[in-house]
Ligand binder design. Structure first.
Ligand code: HEC
Length: 122
């Protein structure tokens, strides 16, 4: 009888370990879906963007469509001398628009602030 209990306990422990080891992180990735953007935009605008880091992000992720100097390509709009409000620009960056990919799920709030600071220098 004792042996059965020990085996049963072992099985319960094992399944607990397996369950805990399974990635439960999929639920943490839900901010790219466009929900709650008003809050996200406000969160980002509360931060101070670092344009130098933003330039690195831009080189990696944006340059291919928007050109190194932001003048645009056949695949991406001209970002020089932007006149839209920061809210509108962030809305486009977070949610995407047309062929513009959405970055809300890929970038942290700070990274969004950084890349915004950079594109405003173009
Ligand atoms: C696959 C190509 C592509 C990539 C990569 C890309 N964009 Fe875009 N972006 C576009 C296109 C196309 C538009 C125009 C969307 C529209 O108005 O339909 C656009 C529009 C924008 C706008 C709005 C411009 C305006 O005048 O309102 C901003 C801001 C912007 N992109 C920033 C970025 C940033 C920042 C990145 C990198 C994190 C990036 N884009 C990466 C294609 C791209």
């Amino acid at each position: 009888m004792q042996r059965v209990l020990i085996v049963a306990f072992g099985l319960v422990s094992l399944s607990t370990i397996l369950l805990t080891a399974c990635p439960s992180g999929t639920s943490g990735d839900g901010d790219g879906d466009g929900d709650g953007d008003g809050n996200r935009v406000a969160d980002v605008l509360a931060l101070t963007g670092d344009a130098t880091n933003g330039a690195d992000l831009y080189d990696t992720d944006c340059r291919v469509c928007h050109a190194p100097d932001g003048s645009g390509t056949a695949s991406g709009a001209n970002l020089q001398g932007l006149t839209e409000s920061d809210e509108d620009l962030l809305g486009t960056i977070i949610d995407g628009e047309g062929n513009m990919p959405e970055w809300g799920g890929m970038y942290s709030d700070q990274e969004l602030a950084d890349v915004l600071a950079h594109i405003k220098t173009l």
